[in-house]
Design a protein around this ligand. Structure first.
Ligand code: BMA
Length: 340
């Protein structure tokens, strides 16, 4: 078997469980899931679709918290082991670049990505409709909200963890105003995090299988590997009882990430456990973050379950990359640069 490696830092204290005997598929669940349960802090009914990062010698979470009036906001949490969390009952207070309060009216599905010495938070915000909101912090004490990078309607903003060819790179999923079609992933780049352009098509929904037929959306920040950028994402199918969200995996070209190198034709995780099948919205698995260790190749994937809980699943870079290559299916013109 080839020696496939994560390119990046080590994280020996990340959560980990070995693959259980008899486990099918390239990804296995943490045995104590869900790690965040209902009513996890005063005034918060549910936490799901959330971001986790290593910071100093512990872990920080930026959580999508559905407050008890039903509106989502971002709340910070801290943990020594990235499994047991203390969640702040007060939402994150954002300021603008002049230091004035600049609160989003709502905020959901955050990703947190470190580029150089800055942590960027990307979420779905209200900008006359659902759009991408961004903020930055260096210390998780002061959060500076920046101008919205893209026009509405758009969701699932995912930043790459380093500049590529000198520019920041962000995936997003433009859409219409509802939870309906127009569900492909695009890439935009920026020299300064203010002006975004050189938009490219990355991946289409669809393919031979049905699990990602309705729409797809980027997940955690892509992981740099010796084979390309490894990205987990969500794919959605429609049924007579509504939408079902599963997790997929793709490898993008390192220098031109609008080009797909390999993409698994199968989902790698789909709602099967009670906490994924049953909740505020049934049958949702929605990945937003990973922790990973270059030394061992271990990856922990954090995902929202049934719009109610946070789950963790594990894989290794060798196992998942080989699985993607073995089940590769080119969809549409994914392997093109995507400029039309
Ligand atoms: C999407 C987003 C996600 C949510 C999913 C399933 O459109 O709103 O936050 O998990 O629907 O409800």
């Amino acid at each position: 078997m080839e020696n496939i490696k994560i390119i990046g830092g080590n994280l020996a204290n990340m959560p980990w469980q070995d693959k259980p005997e008899g486990s099918v598929g390239p990804v296995w669940r943490h045995s104590e899931n869900p790690i965040v349960k209902r009513n996890p802090a005063k005034g918060i009914a549910r936490i799901f679709n959330s971001a986790v990062v290593a910071y100093e010698d512990r872990f920080i979470g930026v959580f999508r918290a559905e407050t008890i009036n039903g509106r989502p906001h971002l709340h910070m949490g801290e943990s020594d082991d990235a499994l047991n969390w203390t969640i702040d009952e007060n939402r994150i207070e954002f300021i603008d670049e002049e230091g004035n309060p600049f609160q989003p009216r709502y905020a959901y599905d955050p990703r947190v990505v470190k580029v150089e010495d800055t942590f960027y938070i990307i979420w779905c915000t209200d900008f006359y409709g659902a759009a991408i909101g961004v903020a930055k912090t260096e210390d998780f004490k002061t959060f500076v909200r920046l101008e919205n990078p893209f026009l509405p309607f758009n969701r699932n903003g995912v930043l790459f963890p380093r500049k590529i060819n000198g520019n920041f790179m962000m995936l997003s999923r433009p859409s219409d105003s509802g939870h309906t079609p127009f569900g492909d992933v695009f890439l935009s780049e920026s020299p300064d995090f203010v002006y975004w352009g050189k938009h490219r098509h990355v991946m289409s929904k669809g393919g031979d299988g049905w699990w990602q037929a309705v729409k797809i959306g980027g997940g955690p920040a892509p992981i740099e590997t010796s084979e390309g950028w490894l990205m987990f994402y969500h794919g959605v199918t429609g049924t007579c009882n509504g939408l079902i969200y599963s997790m997929g995996a793709v490898i993008l070209d390192l220098d031109e990430p609008s080009k797909v190198k390999y993409r698994s034709s199968n989902y790698i995780l789909t709602p099967e456990e009670w906490y994924e099948e049953r909740g505020f919205v049934n049958n949702v698995v929605f990945p937003c973050a990973t922790l990973h260790d270059a030394q061992t190749g271990r990856i922990a994937i954090y995902y929202g379950a049934a719009d109610t809980y946070v789950g963790v699943a594990y894989t290794t870079v060798e196992e998942i990359v080989n699985y993607i290559k073995d089940t590769n299916e080119v969809v549409g013109d994914d392997q093109e640069i995507g400029i039309m």
